[in-house]
Structures are given as structure tokens and as C-alpha cells.
Ligand binder design. Structure first.
Ligand code: GCU
Length: 684
């Protein structure tokens, strides 16, 4: 296979130093107490992984013999498994997706026990990850359950093969308005995702165009079913993004009004058809009344009316409606200083709390604007105690370097998840909102926009694989550290050389902060070129209708979102966050310009003026980006040349492009403010 294709499932042969002796004694794998396809997937994967890592065939056996072996099995259905887990499910509490791993010193066996076949699959991947990262299995005795129920990816793939905000080639799902013939690639994608714990996927863009509107019709459902079957083999449920105006556009109706009985009947009929073809279909992902997409507003209905009508259609089959909250006025007059896009999601949805049906989940972006390098946490998260919510992250690097720059996003996601909303007192962290515990939600979890395409290494920038890997791992367990996740990914891809691990981990861990330094400063966001969003353009959106402004003039910069003098956005936060953001003195530096308009001479908590901070961080960021390329160059000869080259090229490009950012931003503010750099560095 081409370099990078196997990603973190390389199953690279382990060296004698890496506990090879410990595993050499294992004779094979046995499956106990289940004959389900998912259990066989697990056994096959274990066989494939062990064979690769041990350099000999480790196969699935009919019976456990005397030699040590791996035993995969369902609790309460096999004497061997029950012998190894005598306490049983009642006390282990593994649930629908959990598993237990246990080493039995006497027999030398390693048991993977679960109360479900999905649990066996996750257990198998865990064992492979442990071996692949050089861990011993001696004395192993652990129980694992996913913290989040829904661990989902959203593909923004269009059937013409393009991907909205895709930076790694065209779609692996579609080509020329048809489904791909390359089912092998889909299977490998499913394997990658399942290995990190992903259990749901929406396979088409949230912006549903004409042809994708027909995915829910007889014409295309058989094709959808084939894809669903592939993902099912890996414990992943399939969802479709739908077009709210489908009854009008393809149904021959004259309206898509959710309260019109014929519209509801049309959707019920679609649901019946879908579940006839795909009995375990996940449900619908819906972008409605957002960025010119149709929705209930057209008919004077609200989002609860809109979502509930679909939810009723899916309810008999256990299907879900995932309704996105990315709703704002995208036709704003830039002269209008009252309207604040950051407020929009909260203002639209909070009044609807309590009105959504049980099988509706609101999908809320992590920040109030749009996946910028720095944003506050969305105040909508947790603000609807009677409504299911899930968080939406962006693994694809739309605003964070488009996979030409390295930007490891796990540290950013961790900050969001650890943020304390204080909505139910101290400890009301986002991770507890999203895992459903804070408000005892029926459904909740993670969603994210995927970053893969048909590039051989999946993500274009090889290091961007760490974001996909990390997203899945974090969705499984938000307590994992960003460093620990990076470490796993590096070991699985590059092996056990400590120098290699240390350098790559350093690059990943510093990358977000470096990217932030040479791009939009202090939380202001949106200084990118319109449309494609790549590269610097300070005023690119300043006089546009999109609601993303910085308001820089000769005196100062920033958006006044205070209650006292601004848009009042800070009122959407509970105390003490509200006061912390409202008050200039306590607002964190990194978000200052998101919340306040200040003069360039305003002194930050760091002791620097805003203008000097801008100059300094931009020079620093470029210097550090250059260092990344040097550090990587130092790994030449220590990792396979083709892998080395892929990254070296991108890092060189990043170092150059960072200069463009630095010079445009510094020059812009130097010209606006007339304030020279204290260090007299070059401006233009
Ligand atoms: C961003 C992105 C769009 C996308 C939208 C969304 O605005 O640029 O391409 O459609 O988010 O999340 O719906």
C-alpha cells in the first residue's frame, strides 16, 4: 500500500525490545459465545494485527488449546469467558459498547469479554493498540466503556465527488454523481474509524443539493444500503443529511410546511421505505434555515415544529433527528452594529427548550461563530436542560491551515470540553453536558466534520491523521490527554524510537499555538480570504454580509459584546463567566478582541500593549513555524523516507505561508495605527 494508507493500523512488526517475547507464545484467537458478524470482524482484525506485529500467521482457531491464546467472547454465553469473568455483567456493567480485558496468569490467556459484539470489536482494537504502543498485557485487568453515546463523523461529501471544505483530495464515497465502486476503501475507512471508537457517520454534506436530495428515494437507497452494510460490520450506524424542502423538490408536493399533514405523511412514507432497506438506519442530519438552506421558517414555523415532524416519522424505528444549530442571519448589513452573529444560535434555540421530541438532538458547534482558531465556548451548550444536545467539532482544518499547515486540534477540543459553564454550579463542564450526565439527557455525544479524502494517506498532511485519530479517542473518553493521544498515534505510525516520538509529539503539541500566533490575534477571528478561507485577508469579510467583523480603525480593534455598551452577548453566559468576559480587566487575553473593542495601546494582562502583542506574536509564530521544519528535517533517516518527505514538503510550505500571514497582518496594523514596533523590525 502507499505510504500513510494504513495510518494508525499499520501493525508494524514489533522489535524484540518491544516485548516480542511476551507475545510470541500466543497460538491464536478463539471466539466464544457469539456468531455475530461484528464478533468475526473483531477476530479477523485481531488476527490481522497480531500477524503483522508478530511477523507470523496468528489465526482464528476452533478451540482454545493449552498454549496461551486470545479469547474473545460474550459474557453469559461461554464457560471459558464466564470462567475468566466470574463476576459477570451484573457487576462489570459493560453495557452496549463496553468491554473488559483480563490476563489469566495460569493459562496465559488474554480474554476480551463484552456484553455486546460491538464491545468485542472495541476490545480487540484496544489490545492491538496496547501491543502496538509497546505495552505489556501481563496482569492486565481493565474495564472500558465509552463516555459518550454518540461518537459521530459528518462527511461533507457531495455526489459529484467534491467535498465541501475537504483538503485531502476528492470523495472516497462518490464519483461523478454515483456511489464509488471502491468498497475496499470504504471498508478501510470504517476500520480506521472503529479502531478509535467512532459509532456513527453521516455520509453526505449538510448542504444537500439536488441529487443528494434523492438519497432517500428508491433510486438510491439500495446503494446507500451497501455502504450501510460496510459500516455496520464495524459497529458504525449510517445517517443521511436531508434537504428540508425534499417534499417540494422531489415529492411533488406544493409545500414543505412541517405542520401540513401531507408533508408529515410524505416523510413517514420515506422513513418506512428507508427502514425497509436499512433496518438499523441511524436517522437524519439536518441543516435548516441556515446559510440559505430551506427550513421551517419559510412557513412561519419554528425549529421545534420542523424537527419534531421528522422525529415523528423516524420514531417507530428508533431513528434520530440531529438538528444543527448553526442558524444566523447570513445577509447582515455590515453597517448594522446591533446584530451580532455570535448571539444567534442561543437566541434562536433557548426559547424552544422543552419542545423537542425525545429523539431529537441539537448539534451545536463548539464556538458561537465558526471553528476559528480561537473562540469562546458556545453559550448554547448546556443552556437547554430539557433538550438533547451534542457538540460539533471540525476535524477538517477549514480555518486552521487547511491541512497545509500542521495544527493538532486535540488541545483546542480539550479546552472546550474542560470549560466550566457553571450552568448547574461549579463543575458543569462541557464534557458533562455533552456526555449527557449534567442534564440526564437521553441522547448526547460528539459530532465532527471529517478531514479525509482520496489522498493516499487519507488526510493530505500526514500529521492531520492525528486529528482524526484524536477526535475518535476523545469522543470515547474526554479525559485522555492531548499528549497521550499524540503519543499513541505517533507510536502506531512511526514506531518506538524515543527521539522520533519526542520530536513529533513536540511538533503536534506546539502547532495550535504557533498557528494562532501568526494568524488572527486575540480571538478576533475571520481574517481570511473570502469563500475558500485560505490565507490572510484582514478585511476579507469586513464589509460583507456574513456577520464576522473586527472593526479595526486607526484607534483600535475588537467587537464590543458586553452588556454595558455592546451587543449583550456576554449575558448568554452564567456567572462567573459572564462577569469575567464582561469586565475588561478579567477577560482572558486570548479572547479579548472577541469581547471588547480596545485601543491599540490597551495593556493586556501579559503586560504588553495590543499592538505590540500583534507584532511580537506574528514574528514569533513565523520563527517557530520555521523551527518545525528544521525539527522535522532532523528526523531524516529515522523514519521511512516517503513518510518523511510528505511532511517535509508541507512544513516548508507552511513556513513560507506563515510569512505572508505575518507581513499582511503586521503591515495592516502598522498602517492603521501608525505605532512603530518597539523592536524596529521590518514592516511594509
Ligand atoms: C461553514 C463552512 C460552510 C459550511 C457551514 C456549516 O460556514 O464554511 O462550508 O457549510 O460552516 O457548518 O454548515
Amino acid at each position: 500500500a502507499e505510504y500513510g494508507y494504513d495510518a494508525w493500523l499499520r501493525y508494524r512488526s514489533i522489535e524484540p525490545g518491544e516485548r516480542r517475547e511476551e507475545f510470541n507464545r500466543f497460538s491464536g484467537i478463539v471466539v466464544e459465545g457469539t456468531d455475530e458478524p461484528l464478533a468475526h470482524t473483531a477476530a479477523r482484525e485481531l488476527s490481522r494485527g497480531l500477524s503483522g506485529m508478530l511477523g507470523r500467521e496468528v489465526s482464528v482457531l476452533e478451540h482454545a488449546g493449552d498454549a496461551p491464546c486470545f479469547v474473545l467472547g460474550r459474557l453469559g454465553r461461554s464457560p471459558i469467558i464466564d470462567g475468566m469473568f466470574p463476576e459477570g455483567e451484573a457487576s462489570l456493567g459493560l453495557g452496549r459498547e463496553g468491554y473488559a480485558l483480563r490476563h489469566e496468569p495460569g493459562s496465559g490467556r488474554i480474554a476480551i469479554g463484552a456484553d455486546s459484539d460491538a464491545g468485542l470489536l472495541y476490545g480487540a482494537f484496544d489490545v492491538l493498540r496496547r501491543i502496538g504502543t509497546g505495552q505489556s498485557l501481563k496482569g492486565l485487568n481493565i474495564v472500558e466503556r465509552p463516555v459518550n453515546g454518540l461518537r459521530m463523523l459528518n462527511q461533507w461529501d457531495n455526489m459529484d465527488g467534491s467535498i465541501e471544505r475537504g483538503y485531502a483530495g476528492s470523495s472516497i464515497f462518490y464519483e461523478k454523481n454515483r456511489f464509488t465502486q471502491n468498497l475496499e476503501r470504504l471498508r478501510d475507512y470504517a476500520r480506521l474509524l472503529a479502531s478509535t471508537g467512532i459509532n456513527a457517520i453521516a455520509i453526505n454534506n449538510v448542504n444537500v443539493h439536488r441529487i443528494e436530495t434523492e438519497l432517500i428515494t428508491e433510486a438510491l437507497l439500495p446503494e446507500v444500503a451497501k455502504v450501510a452494510e460496510i459500516f455496520r460490520m464495524y459497529g458504525i450506524k449510517l445517517f443521511l443529511s436531508i434537504n428540508y424542502a425534499a417534499p417540494l423538490e422531489i415529492g411533488g408536493l406544493s409545500t414543505a410546511d412541517p405542520l401540513e399533514p401531507e408533508v408529515a405523511a410524505w416523510w413517514r412514507e420515506r422513513a418506512a421505505e428507508i427502514y425497509r432497506t436499512i433496518p438499523d438506519f441511524g436517522g437524519f442530519l439536518v441543516k435548516a434555515d441556515s446559510e440559505n438552506r430551506p427550513g421551517p421558517f419559510t412557513y412561519g414555523r419554528d425549529h421545534a415544529d420542523g424537527a419534531n415532524m421528522l422525529a415523528e416519522a423516524l420514531e417507530p424505528y428508533g431513528g434520530l433527528v440531529i438538528w444543527r444549530c448553526f442558524v444566523y442571519n447570513c445577509k447582515q448589513d455590515w453597517r448594522d452594529r446591533k446584530t451580532d452573529r455570535a448571539r444567534a444560535a442561543y437566541d434562536h434555540f433557548v426559547p424552544l427548550d422543552g419542545r423537542f421530541k425525545e429523539n431529537v438532538i441539537l448539534q451545536v458547534k463548539n464556538g458561537p461563530i465558526d471553528f476559528q482558531v480561537r473562540e469562546p465556548v458556545s453559550p448554547l451548550l448546556g443552556a437547554m436542560p430539557l433538550t438533547n444536545q451534542m457538540i460539533e467539532f471540525q476535524v477538517t482544518q477549514e480555518y486552521t491551515g487547511q491541512q497545509h499547515h500542521v495544527c493538532y486540534l486535540v488541545p483546542q477540543w480539550k479546552e472546550v470540553l474542560d470549560f466550566d459553564s457553571h450552568l448547574k454550579g461549579e463543575g458543569s463542564t462541557v464534557k458533562r453536558i455533552v456526555d449527557g450526565t449534567l442534564h440526564a439527557s437521553r441522547y448526547s455525544g460528539f459530532a465532527a466534520v471529517s478531514n479525509i479524502g482520496c489522498d493516499a494517506n487519507w488526510t493530505g498532511h500526514l500529521l492531520a491523521q492525528a486529528n482524526l485519530y484524536g477526535y475518535g479517542r476523545l469522543a470515547w473518553n474526554p479525559e485522555l490527554s492531548a499528549e497521550g493521544i499524540a503519543d499513541e498515534w505517533i507510536r502506531l505510525v512511526f514506531g518506538s524510537d524515543e527521539r522520533v516520538i519526542q520530536v513529533i509529539r513536540g511538533i503536534l503539541m506546539d502547532s495550535w499555538s504557533i498557528y494562532e500566533k501568526y494568524t488572527a490575534p486575540l480571538g478576533i477571528g475571520f481574517m481570511v480570504n473570502p469563500n475558500h478561507h485560505y490565507g490572510p485577508n484582514v478585511d476579507g469579510y469586513e464589509y460583507s454580509m456574513w456577520g464576522t467583523y473586527h472593526f479595526a480603525d486607526c484607534r483600535g480593534i475588537g467587537v464590543d459584546r458586553t452588556i454595558a455598551t455592546g451587543t449583550g452577548y456576554t449575558s448568554q453566559y452564567a456567572e462567573p463567566n459572564q462577569s469575567r468576559y464582561e469586565t475588561l480587566e478579567t477577560c482572558p487575553d486570548e479572547l479579548l478582541l472577541f469581547f471588547h473593542h480596545v485601543p491599540y495601546t490597551h495593556v493586556l494582562q501579559s503586560g504588553k500593549t495590543v499592538i505590540q502583542h500583534i507584532y511580537d506574536t506574528h514574528f514569533e509564530g513565523v520563527e517557530q513555524a520555521g523551527k518545525l521544519a528544521e525539527l522535522w528535517a532532523g528526523l531524516s533517516g529515522l523514519i521511512e523516507e516517503p513518510l518523511h518527505r510528505q511532511v517535509a514538503e508541507r512544513l516548508a510550505e507552511q513556513a513560507e505561508h506563515a510569512k505572508e500571514w505575518r507581513d499582511q497582518i503586521n503591515t495592516y496594523f502598522y498602517r492603521k495605527s501608525g505605532i512603530p514596533d518597539q523592536q524596529g523590525r521590518r514592516m511594509y
